[in-house]
Every structure is written in structure tokens, then in C-alpha cells.
Design a binder for this molecule. Structure first.
Ligand code: UT7
Length: 322
């Protein structure tokens, strides 16, 4: 590995969750479901649900502040903000510009990326490419979602699966061996009808509700995630046994277990937060990363694989030396 390469290094992580935490039992009082079904099929125990004053942008801003604190940096150091979200505060402008203003950043570039549950991987890839190209120095990459606002609370097959939250990383250009080593992204638009929202500004003029054919998504998720992780590790010239931690998209504990098994990865090296947060879409990977950094599991120098798959379909993975 060349010591002279400019790479995007994760200098700090942060996250934010809505105040209200809802257990499976509390949900079962409102929806025809049970703690037993949700736990057994998904591994989910709790999710956080945003109150009216909590939005994608407010959660993103709080996560960004925590990441800046962890990096020992100020908003003025940041020249690029990307928010990955499928649940923006407004159809436009981008939630990233709301975050920019709330943080008090002066100047720079701010925009949103829409790749649903893979959104953080897509945003991360754009930011690290811009850093390597010299068009940004210090970036905030944020995944933030309020999926509770687009759930059909009458559809038990989907409403029990998702939660709200935000996660963020500060990425800085640095010459050395740390940073993003390889990132691979994919999309296949023919699967739109398996996971989508049945509304939008240009079609219905409404926001719409989430629709999913869970069993089909499950099958694609395990295949695509195992394959993109393999591809990304190969691009980084690493093998599964070189990996210190996997930080997967937190959709379903069974998907995470099956994917790790397919790659021959030690399940003890996989960060699992789906029990506490449920599926927070684009927020899930940076949220889980922040948990494992703050509790001391992930340490500087560790080889970490980030991966996600979601609506589109879109999927991707990144190998990072922390
Ligand atoms: O982040 C984007 C990626 N998304 C995902 O990765 C989600 C992928 N899919 C999954 O995680 C799983 O497919 C689910 C958790 C969504 C569903 O698990 P499953 O084992 O595939 O169950 P199923 O959809 O095949 O449903 C099994 C049964 C059905 O009843 P019958 O037809 O067998 O009588 C459902 O009606 O479970 C029933 N069911 C429920 N029962 C109680 C569905 N939802 C519920 C519920 N509570 N909430």
C-alpha cells in the first residue's frame, strides 16, 4: 500500500436519535403484531420515532455536531456537506443546505443524495471521490431519515421494521495509509416494484407510503451484499480474515447473519444495532459505526467494511482503515 496516496480519513463519528423510543410490545398495542414475531423474524426490539419538532434536518444537524466534536473540528472547517436521505424536510431545497445553515457553516457545497438504504454508501463514495480529486478538503457525510412519516401504519408487514435517526462522519483528506481504501456501488432499476414509495412530487403530488415485498427483498439482499463485499475487499487487496469489523446496514439480523456466513466472516466481528434502532435506512450504517466507535470496539487502524442495500435496488460497500 502506498504511503503517499491522498485518502479520505474518518476523523470523527456522531449520531442522533429521536427522544421517543417504542418497544415491540408498545407497537403491538396499536398494530396486529407481537414482540415474538418481530424479534424472531427481524431481531428488532426497539425503534425511535420522531416527534413533530424532530425532522430529518434537525437529527442530521445533531449528528453532525457530535461528529465535529469527536473530530475536534468546527463548522467553518467544513467545505462539503452531503445528506443521504429518502425523507427530506422539503422536496427542495436539499436538507444538506438546511443543515449547513443550522451549523453556521460559511460557504462550501451542500446537497442531498437519494439512494434510500444505500444512501450513506453513495454519499460516502461521492465525498471521498471529491476529496481525492481535490474539490473538497473536509466533508460531513450524513445519513438521516424519518421513515415513520412515510410508513403505512395499517401495514404490519412494513411498519414494524423501520425507525428514525441520523448518523454522521467527518471525512478529511490526508496522505498516508488510513482512510477509504476501496468503494464499490451498484444499482439495478428493474426491481422498483419490490421496494418503493407510492407517491412523489411528479406523479401523485403527494409524499406517498412505503411498500415492500419483504421476502423477495431479503433474497436479493443476501446475494448482493455478499457479492459487493467480496468485490470491495478484492479491490482493496484484502481477504475476509483481514477484516476487524463489519458495519452492515441494519435491516434484519437474519440478513446480516446470512451475509456474514456466506463470506465466512466471524459473526463476533459484525456490529449489530438493529435490535435498538430497527431499520433507519440511510442512517443505519453511520449510526451503527458511531455506536461501535464510541463503545471502543472500533479503534484507529482497524479495517472496517461498511455495506448496505436498499430500494432501487441500490447496493454498495466500502473498506476503510480507521
Ligand atoms: O432496508 C431495505 C431492505 N429491506 C429489507 O432488507 C427487508 C427484507 N425482508 C425482511 O426483512 C423479511 O422478509 C421481513 C421481516 C419483512 C418478513 O419476514 P419473512 O420471514 O419474510 O415473513 P413473510 O413476509 O414471509 O411473512 C410471514 C407471515 C405472513 O403470514 P402467513 O401468510 O404466513 O400466514 C405474514 O402475514 O408473517 C405475517 N406477518 C406478520 N405477523 C405478525 C407479516 N408481518 C407481520 C407482523 N406481525 N408484523
Amino acid at each position: 500500500m502506498t504511503e503517499t496516496a491522498l485518502r479520505a480519513v474518518i476523523k470523527g463519528t456522531g449520531s442522533a436519535l429521536p427522544r421517543t423510543r417504542v418497544s415491540n410490545a408498545e407497537l403491538a398495542a396499536r398494530v396486529d403484531t407481537s414482540d415474538e414475531w418481530i424479534t424472531e423474524r427481524t431481531g428488532i426490539k426497539f425503534r425511535h420515532i420522531a416527534e413533530p419538532d424532530e425532522t430529518t434536518a434537525t437529527l442530521a444537524t445533531a449528528a453532525a455536531r457530535n461528529a465535529l466534536d469527536a473530530a475536534g473540528m468546527s463548522p467553518d472547517d467544513i467545505d462539503l456537506i452531503i445528506v443521504a436521505t429518502a425523507t427530506p424536510d422539503q422536496t427542495f431545497p436539499a436538507s444538506a443546505t438546511i443543515v449547513q445553515h443550522a451549523l453556521g457553516c460559511n460557504g462550501g457545497v451542500a446537497f442531498d443524495v437519494a439512494a434510500v438504504c444505500s444512501g450513506f454508501l453513495y454519499a460516502f463514495s461521492v465525498a471521498e471521490s471529491m476529496i481525492r480529486a481535490g474539490s473538497a478538503k473536509n466533508a460531513l457525510v450524513i445519513g438521516s431519515e424519518t421513515f415513520s412519516r412515510i410508513l403505512d401504519w395499517e401495514d404490519r408487514a412494513t411498519c414494524v421494521l423501520f425507525g428514525d435517526g441520523a448518523g454522521a462522519v467527518v471525512l478529511c483528506g490526508e496522505v498516508g495509509t488510513r482512510g477509504a481504501l476501496a468503494t464499490k456501488l451498484h444499482a439495478d432499476g428493474k426491481h422498483n416494484e419490490l421496494l418503493y414509495v407510492d407517491g412523489g412530487p411528479s406523479t401523485t403530488g403527494t409524499v406517498g407510503k412505503l411498500r415492500m415485498r419483504g421476502r423477495e427483498v431479503f433474497r436479493h439482499a443476501v446475494t448482493n451484499l455478499a457479492s459487493v463485499m467480496h468485490e470491495t475487499l478484492e479491490a482493496a487487496d484484502l481477504a475476509p480474515q483481514d477484516v476487524d469489523w463489519v458495519v452492515p446496514h441494519q435491516a434484519n439480523a437474519r440478513i446480516i447473519e446470512a451475509t456474514a456466513k456466506k463470506l465466512g466472516l466471524d459473526p463476533n466481528k459484525v456490529v449489530l444495532t438493529v435490535d435498538q434502532h430497527a431499520n433507519t435506512s440511510a442512517a443505519s450504517v453511520p449510526l451503527a459505526l458511531d455506536v461501535a466507535v464510541r463503545d471502543g470496539r472500533i479503534r484507529p487502524g482497524d479495517i472496517v467494511v461498511l455495506e448496505a442495500m436498499g430500494g432501487g435496488f441500490t447496493w454498495g460497500a466500502s473498506v476503510v482503515r480507521m
